[in-house]
Design a protein around this ligand. Sequence first.
Ligand SMILES: [Zn+2]
Ligand SMILES: [Zn+2]
Length: 341
Amino acid sequence: MRAVRFHGPDTGLRTVDLPAPDPVGTQVRIRVAGCGVCHTDLHVVDGTQTRVVPPVTMGHEVAGWIDALGPDVTDAPPIGTPVVVFGGWGCGDCRECRAGAEQRCRESVAPGFQADGGYASAMLVPHPRHLVTLSTLDPIHAAPLADAGITPYRAVTRAEPWLRRDARVLVIGCGALGQFALQYLRLLPAHGPSLSITVRERNPARLERATELGADAVQLGGTDEPSATFDIVLDFVGSAETLASAAAALGPDGLAMLVGEAGGAIPFGFDHVPIESWLTTTAWGSAGDLRDVVRLAEEGRITWSTERVSLEDAVEAHRRLRAGDVEGRLVLVPGAEDGRA
Ligand SMILES: [Zn+2]
Ligand SMILES: [Zn+2]
């Protein structure tokens, strides 16, 4: 099978032929339909993402079909079932895992970081509990739900205590995650329709999309940023620059949530952040979040756009994402001749 692997920041990506992996124990082999290309993948290639263990097959936003079961799998959907892969693979036994937050497990590994991921025709998932079954959605189109879909879902649900009637919300970055976030902000909280939502983004085309998705106001980032204060700031970029602007935009008792993994940091202290403000990170989501998001998607209540790109063109896909030359989510699709390798 074909696989696009990361061999370390000095070597970059290599496309190689490997034998399709055989599932052992409770593993499930997935025949990959598509794998989304995430900004975090660029941080992996740049060597700025921590906890990456090369060489590793890239890709953490995967959907496909159940292809083979390990001998110890006792309860799994039938071979051929379309699924989205939840990527936070915990120990299954600690307090976080038992509470359904395996992505927070200290032992957790994730495809595309420490385990082989979905830039390939097939991949192994350690246990069927990490699979969410699709009914009507096309798995190629559904792949981005595994990260771009659930990460902002978790951010918005965690921000709910701040999402009071007429609350002022600033969304920084309106790529795939920001576009999901806008929809969740209107859809999920009781006061969603009353929120005053501003989007700050560098790409003018994305600002148009933000307006279509319900933003009340849009700002071209990097130009004159008005000095309004906000009750909630969601930073989907996470550079030092956007974090500083998130803190500067926050009112007292406001919530700033760091979601984007560009690696930025700001000082924390009385003279550095607004008085009695709240700063938190949100990383990925839980398997339960993914089930909720897949249900919303199956019901047609959220929308997102995908562009299919051949797996062979992964490097070009990264170049385009880096250049900002992407409207929705790029999804790498293995070649048809490759699918049963
Ligand atoms: Zn991602
Ligand atoms: Zn655990």
